[in-house]
Design a protein around this ligand. Structure first.
Ligand code: 0RA
Length: 630
């Protein structure tokens, strides 16, 4: 049978697909139907208001988590137009809410700056809501319309009057539990993104109101990107107090950069394109890096700081915190998570803008320029020393049997997807773990107390440490540029420390090591924390209890029983250790993941850095639960 293709145009098919398609394949539009997807709906709505802010018409965005389970996004922009769409003969606002990708069609703006991960617009929020109400203030009138699951429920009508000057859009939506596996908004998740948006749009105010917990937070930064880098460097020692900042606009493309070096060793470049965090980098980041290396080399040579060998990229990026924010009409997102900028013309553009703007800044601020050039030169020296130290690690391991550390009790299986390595605090717990383990699948690497704090150590010192060298050799992947996931020797790397303050500290030191040296393992989901029990409650049989809350409940249920507190892993015998913490069938382990790279970097610098006060505040705020699943 020949299909009747002729009667359909591409346009018709799109309209036919419409919002039904969104409900059929929600993950295609919002990434997932879980917690991330739910919050994506809020971002999608907020992005529309951010567009209005970028166009210069909106100063305040209010986001309210309502007690009835809905969320409200309200802005003081021009208000979505309400006049009739010339072809569809329905109000423009209704088109925006009920037609997929309708946003740009009647939008006079030459381009949409913002847009969610998938850039799909407000109609997707409507499609995935059991109820949505839009209110528009325009021309002294308040208009209202209601929808359900993407379909119009009421006609757009005037429900009140307001001052002529007062304009804006308010969207309230009830996420549809038929589609989303969770519909409970988490203000903590929203907060991170709103802070980012506020930093990236200087002056814009975002109010987050949690009616459920009766809490309010306000995000507004007059200093924009300059405040952003300072905030990122909190808890670190800045190399220069005043951040480098410049903004240039050429042909509808805006590039804005802020840079502040700190005295640490890590490189932190955060890229944003149209306010979307480009986690996978892209042409804007490579253009920036090329220019940075060139300008610092030129300056160092010209002023005599640098004599012979040139500085390489790594040298000029040690201790660098930078934000590269680009706003372009037609971004092309590539990569696995669509967070890599692909536009090829951008590299040269960013390179040339940064080259001239940074050279100019250095001319005007010779003290800052000199500090950066000198630090880069020191990095170059350390790089050569670290290379020697790394070779030493390699050579050291080549002498021991099979190249593995002597303290490692390896497992017999070589099937990485099934094997695990337990990194265990203390020799005695290490001993119990060796007895308790399943020899085929589980390897044990005991650690001598606290490992080096890599946040505060140069790479040379880090690679010189035996404990760190053992870790690197046992895991097998190597670090830095030579990191190779295919060489990973165990599918799960499980950190097992005591459930006390020292244990938390050791866990944090290890996580800092992984975050700075092998972040790919965290991203890939290979790093875990064991959860040892806090108490044993004895009543007929032994019951293991993992939290204070559980203890309360256990005592309520079992009546007073004898309770033993485990002070450390070493207090358990090998069968207890096996049953509570190591047996894959009965143990608990926590996967470590990075929710947000910006937040994680800050948390680690703060936990491991020099600023004692903010560390104390953080630990007090988070009590024993020091939030390690960053
Ligand atoms: C299209 C045109 C105009 C404004 C908007 C869309 C608009 C959309 C949203 C979505 C959330 N808040 C919004 N605010 C504005 C401009 C209309 C005019 O020229 O007055």
């Amino acid at each position: 049978m020949v299909p009747e293709q002729k009667s359909y145009t591409a346009q018709d098919i799109k309209v036919l697909e419409g919002l039904e398609g969104v409900r059929k394949r929600p993950a295609m539009y919002i990434g997932s139907t879980g917690k991330d997807g739910l919050h994506h709906l809020v971002y999608e709505a907020v992005d529309n208001s951010v567009d209005e802010a970028l166009a210069g018409f909106c100063k305040l965005i209010k986001v309210i988590i309502n007690k009835d389970g809905s969320a409200t996004i309200e802005d003081d922009g021009r208000g979505i137009p309400v006049d009739l769409h010339p072809q569809l003969k329905i109000p423009a606002v209704e088109v925006a809410l009920t037609r997929l990708h309708a946003g740009g069609k009647f939008d006079k703006k030459s381009y949409m700056i913002s847009g969610g991960l998938h850039g799909v617009g407000i109609s997707v929020v409507n499609a995935l809501s059991k109820k949505l109400i839009v209110e528009v203030k325009r021309d002294g009138k308040i208009y209202r319309q209601e929808y359900s699951k993407g379909k119009t429920k009421t006609k757009l009508s005037v429900v009140g009057k307001c001052d002529e000057e007062v304009t804006g859009t308010k969207v309230t939506f009830f996420p549809d539990e038929e589609i989303l596996s969770t519909t409970k908004f988490d203000p903590g998740v929203l907060e991170t993104r709103f802070r980012e948006i506020a930093f990236l749009n200087a002056g814009l105010k975002i109010l987050l109101i949690d009616e459920v917990k009766d809490k309010k937070k306000e995000f507004q930064y007059a200093g924009g990107l300059v405040e952003f880098v300072k905030w990122l460097n909190e808890g670190k020692e800045a190399l220069h107090a005043k951040p480098i900042y410049f903004k240039r606009e050429v042909d509808h493309t805006i590039i804005e950069i802020s840079i502040q070096y700190n005295t640490n060793y890590q490189e932190n470049i955060f890229g944003f394109v149209n306010t979307i965090n480009t986690v996978e980098g892209g042409t804007h980041i490579s253009g920036f890096k090329t220019a940075l290396t060139r300008v610092i080399n030129d300056y160092a040579k010209k002023t005599g700081v640098l004599k012979d060998d040139a500085l390489v990229g790594d040298d000029v990026r040690e201790g660098l915190t930078a934000i590269v924010s680009l706003k372009i009409p037609d971004p092309q997102f590539e990569g696995q998570t669509k967070t890599k900028l692909g536009n090829s013309e951008v590299k040269g553009f960013v390179d040339s803008v940064v080259t001239s703007a940074l050279a100019e800044f250095f001319e005007e601020n010779p003290l800052i320029a000199k500090k950066i050039a000198t630090k880069s030169l020191e990095s170059a020296k350390a790089r050569l020393a670290a290379k020697k130290a790394r070779e030493l690690v390699r050579r050291k391991s080549a002498f021991s049997l099979a190249g593995l550390p002597g303290k490692l009790a390896d497992c017999s299986s070589k099937k990485t997807e099934k094997t695990e390595i337990y990194i265990v605090e203390g020799e005695s717990a290490g001993g119990s773990a060796k007895q308790a383990r399943n020899k085929e699948m589980q390897a044990i690497l005991p650690l001598k107390g606290k490992i080096l704090n890599v946040e505060k150590s140069s790479p040379t010192k880090a690679f010189g440490s035996d404990e760190i060298a053992n870790l690197i050799t046992a895991i097998g992947t190597g670090v830095g540029e030579s990191f190779d996931l295919a060489k990973l020797r165990y599918g799960k790397v499980i950190i097992m420390t005591d459930a006390d303050v020292d244990g938390e500290h050791i866990k944090t030191l290890l996580l800092t090591f992984f975050f700075r040296f092998m972040p790919q393992l965290i991203e890939n989901g290979n790093i875990y924390a064991a959860v040892p029990p806090l108490y044993k409650v004895r009543k007929k049989a032994d019951h293991y209890v993992y939290t204070e809350e559980q203890l309360k409940r256990a005592l309520e249920k079992l009546g007073s029983a004898s309770v033993t507190r485990f002070k450390g892993l070493g207090e358990m015998d090998s069968s207890q250790l096996w049953e509570t913490t190591m047996n894959p069938r009965t143990r608990k382990i926590k996967k470590i993941f990075i929710e947000d790279a910006v937040e994680a970097d800050k948390t680690f610098s703060m936990l491991m850095g020099d600023d004692v006060q903010s560390r104390k505040d953080f630990i007090q705020e988070n009590a024993m639960e020091a939030r390690l699943d960053v």
